[in-house]
Design a binder for this molecule. Structure first.
Ligand SMILES: *[C@@H]1O[C@H](CO)[C@@H](O)[C@H](O)[C@H]1NC(C)=O
Ligand SMILES: *[C@@H]1O[C@H](CO)[C@@H](O)[C@H](O)[C@H]1NC(C)=O
Ligand SMILES: *[C@@H]1O[C@H](CO)[C@@H](O)[C@H](O)[C@H]1NC(C)=O
Ligand SMILES: *[C@@H]1O[C@H](CO)[C@@H](O)[C@H](O)[C@H]1NC(C)=O
Ligand SMILES: *[C@@H]1O[C@H](CO)[C@@H](O)[C@H](O)[C@H]1NC(C)=O
Ligand SMILES: *[C@@H]1O[C@H](CO)[C@@H](O)[C@H](O)[C@H]1NC(C)=O
Length: 270
């Protein structure tokens, strides 16, 4: 079955170096804790096309249909299929607080949707709020990659009176989350946390930082630092921001959006 959620992906085909900026209004005006839908797919058609019924297509289909069984038990998926130049490689990553059934559903939806969103393209990447899926005809495992990046932010802003204090707390929060996520080890690099703005302010910032666990501690810290470093230019003062790249992602909101009860390790699907 094809998921309607992922089918509604916004499709942007672009050169990998081109950064894409899209504004999506995150609805946080009510107290719902549902994560907003910020789906995206980037199809890089400069990396080559496959033909229908080619060996690459067969390998890719086999790879995607078996991807879920190749995971590290902590929401990271990595595998390949085929030989020589027809080999298809894939990496999947779930948000670190996702339970394994929700993680499997997210990636399963993505494996159906992404080839349809990027038809006949050897290399593609897509992010939904809960997971990332990418595939290519090259090995990506262990490679730090910060492009393409996808930005989404809340169009409501922090009041100018609170902006300096907000930015100060935000910077300190991500400094902490960056080093915590980077130090998470070989299986999962993920951290969440919160920070209060001002002594008598009612703003609490909730932040999340995550890397794919195949990059090193230093690469992860640099990736998160770089993503956070884009906040002033993409979305200074926004009440919520999400920035995703192939190797890491960050997000903050002023209401809770992550599951603090599930920071314990994900269990492998049976
Ligand atoms: C991937 O496919 C492209 C285009 O067909 C080709 O130029 C490139 O060499 C391939 N990459 C690898 C690692 O085989
Ligand atoms: C792949 O196909 C697209 C769409 O037909 C085309 O624009 C693009 O140039 C092709 N890429 C390569 C590397 O041949
Ligand atoms: C490949 O097959 C799909 C589905 O059957 C079709 O929509 C698409 O046009 C075909 N692509 C090419 C390049 O022939
Ligand atoms: C990830 O996948 C690649 C390609 O199949 C493989 O070479 C590598 O050993 C895998 N790494 C892990 C930790 O499974
Ligand atoms: C928030 O700030 C941005 C950038 O300064 C501005 O473009 C946008 O209109 C502001 N949003 C609102 C709701 O005022
Ligand atoms: C903020 O984080 C602390 C741990 O650093 C936690 O104890 C507290 O419950 C969190 N507050 C909220 C409102 O989530």
């Amino acid at each position: 079955m094809v998921s309607s959620t992922f089918l509604r992906l916004l499709i942007i085909c672009t050169q990998i170096a081109l950064q894409i900026i899209i504004t999506i209004n995150i609805n946080i005006t009510h107290a719902q804790l549902q994560p907003p839908a910020i789906p995206s797919a980037v199809c890089d058609n400069s990396k080559g096309n496959y033909t229908n019924s080619s060996t690459y297509q067969k390998n890719l289909n086999d790879l995607l249909s078996s991807l879920l069984s190749n995971n590290n038990g902590y929401g990271f998926y990595n595998s390949s299929r085929g030989q020589n130049s027809d080999t298809a490689f894939s990496i999947g990553l779930c948000r670190g607080d996702l339970k394994s059934d929700a993680c499997g559903k997210c990636l399963s939806d993505a494996t159906y949707a992404l080839p349809g969103d990027c038809p006949n393209q050897k290399e593609a990447i897509g992010w939904s709020p809960n997971c990332m899926l990418r595939y290519a005809n090259r090995s990506m495992y262990g490679q730090l990659e910060v492009n393409p990046a996808y930005y989404a932010w809340n169009t409501e802003n922090v009041s100018s009176a609170s902006l300096d204090a907000f930015n100060q707390e935000l910077t300190a929060l991500f400094k902490r989350l960056g080093s915590e996520a980077a130090g998470g080890g070989d299986l999962r690099k993920f951290a969440v946390g919160n920070a209060s703005v001002g002594s008598n302010s009612n703003i609490t910032i909730y932040g999340l930082a995550q890397c794919t666990p195949d990059v090193s501690e230093g690469e992860c810290a640099a990736c998160i630092d770089g993503a956070f470093g884009d906040v002033p230019s993409c979305c200074s003062g926004a009440l919520g921001v999400r920035i995703v790249t192939p190797s890491c992602n960050i997000r903050y909101e002023i209401s809770p959006f992550f599951d603090t009860t599930n920071e314990t390790p994900l269990t492998s699907p049976p």
